[in-house]
Design a protein around this ligand. Structure first.
Ligand SMILES: Cc1ncc(C[n+]2csc(CCOP(=O)(O)OP(=O)(O)O)c2C)c(N)n1
Ligand code: SF4
Ligand SMILES: [Mg+2]
Length: 351
């Protein structure tokens, strides 16, 4: 037996969301990851975010590649659609699914190896095309599943468990996503659920390419002194620039902050993002400034977290392609194959 299913019974006093579902209804199978792996905390944050947003499980599709991180969709949202692709190919499968049915919420879960090494070509094109999705990279700086080789996000000078020093320059996924035009870019830490849950909720509410880089320590291969992706290192070097609250369309907006501290941004689904600044000089509406800020802090060994960039007027791939509102998978044969006469007209127009 390669997995253990959780018992279906719930305690009757568990809190319920607007759909009368408990958090248990958003769980998956029992995790087979190492105890303490950051990836399990990210799965818990995804469960919490989807429960709080009262997402109907059949409205969400989760896709992943290969790796410990890419195994995690088996451990959450057991009642949603799922597709485990080959290594590094999740973005193109997600893009195709999104084009066929624009009405689902798409959640891509990947690793730093899956997205920054073998899948980097796929990652950059999905982001630059503005595919409407939440793209989470569970970033531990190593290939956890294949026993801890440095990945392309490992910092230069970072030391492996066996004492090998990484001499290569790292790929910064946040810097890449900003440069490629992602309309929502965030970074977080698997050990900071308070920050991560609202970021995931905000990314789900966002229409466009929403990217979250989550530093997620690998306790088996990259949690020692000398690693820059260990729990201790991230806790000591975490510079959160803001804190986020997400108020969904059906909730009343209560006033619980002092004026002047907050910026509010309304999303296309009616939800409101309330952003409380922790650093006065950080502006998440300025893409270039965000790139400079993140890079300058990275040079000093600091990890900038929070909502790093938000385009208040995002556009997605369907808008770029001017596709019809009806999902392609719901169009009948008549619309999809309009016949020989229409084909002749199209051909004539191209002559
Ligand atoms: C085509 C192909 N090449 C190589 C592998 C071997 N492989 C499996 S997972 C993996 C790396 C996973 O690293 P990452 O995406 O960072 O996930 P993690 O396990 O660290 O969460 C590699 C190289 C594979 N499965 N398929
Ligand atoms: S090997 Fe590392 S990434 Fe994989 S489950 Fe264990 S701790 Fe997590
Ligand atoms: Mg990894």
């Amino acid at each position: 037996m390669t997995y253990i299913a959780k018992p279906g019974l719930h305690h009757p006093t568990l809190p319920k969301n607007a759909l009368c579902y408990t958090r248990r209804d958003y769980e998956g199978k029992v995790s087979t990851l190492c105890a303490g792996c950051g990836h399990d905390s990210i799965s818990a944050a995804i469960i919490q975010a989807c429960w709080e947003l009262a997402i109907e499980p059949h409205r969400l599709a989760k896709l992943s590649g290969i790796g410990c991180s890419s195994k995690t969709p088996d451990y959450f949202l057991g009642n949603s659609h799922g597709f485990n692709t080959v290594h590094g190919r999740m973005p193109s499968v997600l893009t195709g699914a999104n084009l066929a049915n624009r009405e689902l919420l798409y959640l891509g879960v990947s690793g730093d190896g899956d997205s920054a090494s073998i899948g980097i070509g796929q990652f950059v094109h999905a982001i630059r095309r503005g595919v409407n999705m939440v793209y989470i990279v569970e970033n531990n700086g190593v290939y956890g599943l294949t026993k801890g080789q440095f990945s392309a996000t490992a910092d230069q000078g970072s030391v492996s468990k066996r004492g090998v020093v990484n001499t290569d320059n790292p790929i910064d996924m946040v810097g890449l996503a900003l440069q490629l035009g992602a309309s929502f870019v965030a970074r977080s830490f698997s050990g900071d659920k308070q920050q991560l849950v609202p970021l995931i909720k905000a990314a789900i509410a966002h229409r466009g390419a929403a990217f979250i880089d989550v530093i997620s320590p690998c306790v088996a291969f990259n949690n020692h002194a000398g690693s820059t992706k260990s729990y201790d290192y991230v806790r000591e070097h975490n510079e959160a620039v803001n804190r986020l609250d997400v108020i969904s369309a059906r909730e009343a907006i209560g006033v619980d902050y002092a004026e002047g501290e907050l910026a509010e941004v309304r999303q296309h689904d009616g939800s409101v993002l309330r952003l409380r600044k922790l650093h006065a000089d950080y502006d998440p509406g300025d893409r270039i400034a965000a790139m400079n800020y993140v890079h300058a802090h990275q040079v000093r060994g600091e990890i900038v977290t929070g909502l790093l960039y938000l385009d208040p007027d995002p556009h997605d791939l369907h808008e770029h392609l001017n596709t019809v509102a009806t999902p392609f998978n719901a169009l009948g044969a008549e619309a999809l194959c309009p016949g020989a006469a229409t084909l002749e007209q199209i051909n004539a127009s191209l002559r």
